[in-house]
Design a protein around this ligand. Structure first.
Ligand SMILES: [Fe+2]
Ligand SMILES: [Fe+2]
Length: 164
């Protein structure tokens, strides 16, 4: 899939999220290596699109594409820099999914699938497993992106994220 297809799908389902001031503020917070939370979230959404496409083409599995993209874009919407020590975000790994969920439900209307995706994306570190297939895909996509961003200190989706 080329970049313009990813951009088109992201814009179709997530333009309001991508261009919102709080989401834009994620550009200043680093996530892994030199990759910002914003780029990591776009990368997670693109990886979800790729996995969903494989499942559809190979296995005929239909997913809620809109929820998949919106949940992926908002999964790390915790809105702080976790590298800066602060009492308000101690044990970031354990609690940021809840914080992202609270922020996201304040700023956007979330459906059942998006809620599950955001709250459960840190499984198995957070013990309750995902309930929806979209959440399971995000769980895998997030870990794939995190691993590649940590190892290479860059994101293959950097160019796509610069568009927004
Ligand atoms: Fe996360
Ligand atoms: Fe993440």
């Amino acid at each position: 899939m080329n970049e313009s297809i990813y951009r088109k799908i992201l814009l179709k389902h997530g333009a309001d999220i991508l261009f919102s001031p709080n989401m834009q503020s994620e550009k200043q917070f680093l996530q892994h290596g030199k990759v910002s939370v914003f780029t990591h979230s776009v990368a997670a959404a693109c990886t979800c699109i790729r996995i969903a496409r494989i499942l559809r083409v190979r296995l005929g599995i239909q997913l809620n594409e809109r929820a998949l993209i919106r949940g992926a874009l908002l999964h790390d919407y915790f809105l702080y820099d976790w590298h800066i020590p602060d009492r308000s975000h101690r044990l970031h790994g354990f609690f940021h999914a809840r914080r992202a969920f609270e922020n996201a439900s304040r700023d956007f209307a979330l459906g059942e699938i998006e809620r599950d995706m955001i709250l459960r994306h840190m499984f198995p570190l957070n013990l309750i497993p995902p309930a929806c297939p979209e959440s399971m895909i995000l769980c895998a996509a997030d870990k794939l992106c995190a691993l590649s961003e940590t190892l290479t200190r860059a994101s293959r989706y950097q160019k796509i994220s610069r568009f927004f």
